[in-house]
Design a protein around this ligand. Structure first.
Ligand code: ATP
Ligand code: MG
Length: 570
């Protein structure tokens, strides 16, 4: 390719809407252009990168025994009603009617379609395991499309699905996929971690997310410094902590006028904040209705809303406002407590049950209880579980090691779905005994565009992108510094043609831009090797190699350039 013919314009300025570096650099280097919020065109260089990532994915999926197919993006409402997700997916699902009034959605994921497809094709255990995948656009009307390709509304995803005869077979495929994902992200040059994860709207029993470590990541994760434990904060646990034990006192109601916050009350009463029993009221939404619930955690803990949402089995939960709390309990937010709270389900964090002589709202304006011993004083209907966030003071649940906290961007996720979709959509096979059984499923996603953006997030400097070799749009750029000099041009053209013959991915900057502009563009776009043809080439037949990754400069005899490139790209 010649730069003079390339459909690529670079920009000097950061686009105003770009909040993170990958968004800015992908636009500035001319890889992507925005059409609408969260909707992008991939220009030739960007499309080459995406295809390279897709091809790495393809190679590893095939290696793991998956076959590629392509399914429709337009999907009928009925399928989604059958799986129960027409409602659950909420506003993220992009819905429309055809001219006959029939309802459809644009696919955010393909469990419904593939399960229906496979159920009509398979008969017996001999057809299993069956592993299929596709690489295709997905559609999600995200509340806040942002960060360029990281959270867009139309995005390229690899989605794979396995159909297994039992748990054991699923576990095997899951492990193979886990390994394939590790190879894919390693080959893409990413610094990543696989963490235990919540399975979200997709559902299922067990799940891991592949997280690229980045300060700008939307997810919080924790991992142990000493062993392989790592988890998304939504799922993280810790070694059980021993809180101070004392002799149980009697429970008393005390006046705490205007003392509403945990700090105010703990200071006023004179107890530490971890003995405060923080009671919050949440609104849980279900298909067609809502209800209020109360959650109690220690005053030094934060509620983990995902753990709570899973326990209450709701589609969504959010904090109730003061008016809703007043209506339901006749008490304002600061004085809520579980004792005497009759009409509302109460969830109590397991650490609360160890509290001796704590304090909590007395369900009466301006009053708190002190000397509260939850095992003795809380209503028996309380549902006990782990509902709090892990934090810096906690230790690893596996080995008691120190925990690290980082942010990450999820680039892929693997789920054990079990029979969730095969039962709802009735996907069965005949086992060896001739009995009908529902298939056991797994599903495996990778955001191809998000992987590209995550790579830029990790690999850049003040000049621009530094593509890892495996996914760079081209490997080598040849820059003749002065296109008015016939000799320089001839040498550059000759080297370009030789590299093409050798199947090296090369681009020649044959434009009449100033050398400085050419260098800046090459660095911004991030080609791994830059070869400069200039006066040194004329004088002593050497060329300048500049290695983008480490800034190294090498003086290479012209006739040794091909061998040198090959050894660098190895
Ligand atoms: P998130 O939690 O970030 O919204 P998700 O867990 O809903 O993502 P999955 O359903 O697991 O996403 O989709 C598989 C992969 O698709 C994700 O790991 C991610 O890489 C990618 N992906 C999901 N949503 C988006 C999006 N809005 N834009 C770009 N890529 C996305
Ligand atoms: Mg996910």
């Amino acid at each position: 390719m010649r730069v003079s013919q390339l459909f690529n314009k670079t920009l000097k300025e950061d686009p105003a809407e770009a909040e993170i570096i990958s968004h800015s650099l992908l636009i500035r280097s001319g890889m992507i252009r925005k059409l609408a919020p969260g909707v992008f065109s991939y220009l030739p260089l960007g499309w080459r990168v995406l295809n390279k990532i897709s091809n790495i994915i393809r190679e590893e999926m095939i290696r793991a025994g998956f076959q590629e197919l392509m399914m429709p993006i337009i999907q009928p409402k009925e399928l989604w009603e059958q799986s129960g997700r027409w409602f659950v997916y909420g506003k993220e699902l992009i819905r429309f009617k055809d001219r006959h009034g029939r309802e459809y959605c644009l696919s955010p994921t393909h469990e419904e379609v593939i399960t229906t497809l496979v159920k009509n094709e398979i008969k017996s255990y001999k057809d299993l395991p069956l592993n299929l995948y596709q690489i295709q656009n997905k559609y999600r009307d995200e509340v806040r499309p942002r960060f360029g390709l990281i959270r867009s509304r139309e995005f390229l995803m690899k989605d794979g699905y396995s159909f297994n005869r039992n748990e054991e077979s699923l576990n095997q495929t899951y492990e193979e996929m886990y390994d394939a994902y590790s190879r894919i992200f390693t080959r893409c040059g990413l610094n990543f971690r696989a963490v235990e994860a919540d399975s979200g709207a997709i559902g299922g029993a067990s799940s891991h997310e592949f997280m690229v470590l980045a300060d700008t990541g939307e997810a919080a994760l924790t991992y142990c410094q000493s062993c392989d434990y790592s988890a998304n904060m939504e799922m993280a646990t810790h070694e059980k902590r021993n809180y101070e034990n004392g002799i149980e006192r009697i429970i008393e109601k005390v006046k705490t006028p205007d003392k509403k916050s945990i700090n105010d009350v703990s200071q006023f009463i004179g107890i530490s904040s971890d003995l405060m029993l923080k009671s919050l009221v949440y609104k849980a939404s279900y298909e067609g209705n809502e209800k209020l619930i109360c959650i109690v955690v220690r005053g030094n803990r934060e509620v983990n809303e995902i753990k709570l949402k899973n326990a209450v089995n709701a589609i969504d939960i959010s904090l109730a406002d003061n008016e809703e709390v007043l209506n339901a309990t006749k008490t304002s937010i600061g004085f809520i407590g579980p004792i005497g709270l009759d009409d509302i389900d109460i969830y109590v964090d397991e650490e609360v049950m160890d509290v001796k002589n704590g304090a909590t709202g007395a369900l009466e304006e301006d009053y708190h209880y002190i000397g509260v011993n939850p095992k003795r004083d809380f209503p028996s209907k309380c549902i006990i579980g782990d509902f709090h966030n892990v934090d810096e003071i906690d230790l690893c649940p596996k080995c008691s090691g120190q925990l690290n906290f980082k942010r990450g961007t999820e680039v892929g996720q693997v789920f054990k779905l079990g029979k969730k979709y095969s039962e709802k959509l009735d996907c069965k096979f005949l086992d060896e005994k001739g009995e009908n059984q529902h298939v056991t499923m797994g599903c495996y996603g990778i955001g191809v565009g998000r992987t590209m953006a995550a790579s830029v997030e990790q690999n850049n400097d003040d000049k621009g992108i530094i593509w890892p070799k495996a996914i760079a749009p081209y490997h080598v750029i040849i820059i003749p510094v002065n296109v008015k000099n016939k000799e320089i041009v001839e040498i550059a053209e000759d080297l370009y043609k030789k590299l093409l013959k050798e199947d090296i991915e090369v681009i020649l900057d044959d434009t009449d831009e100033r050398a400085g502009v050419k260098f800046a563009n090459a660095d911004l776009i991030g080609y791994p090797i830059k070869i400069v043809i200039g006066s040194k080439t004329l004088e002593n037949k050497t060329v300048d190699f500049k290695i983008r990754a480490n800034g190294e400069e090498l003086l290479v005899p012209l006739e040794e350039s091909i061998e040198k490139i090959k050894s660098i790209l190895l």
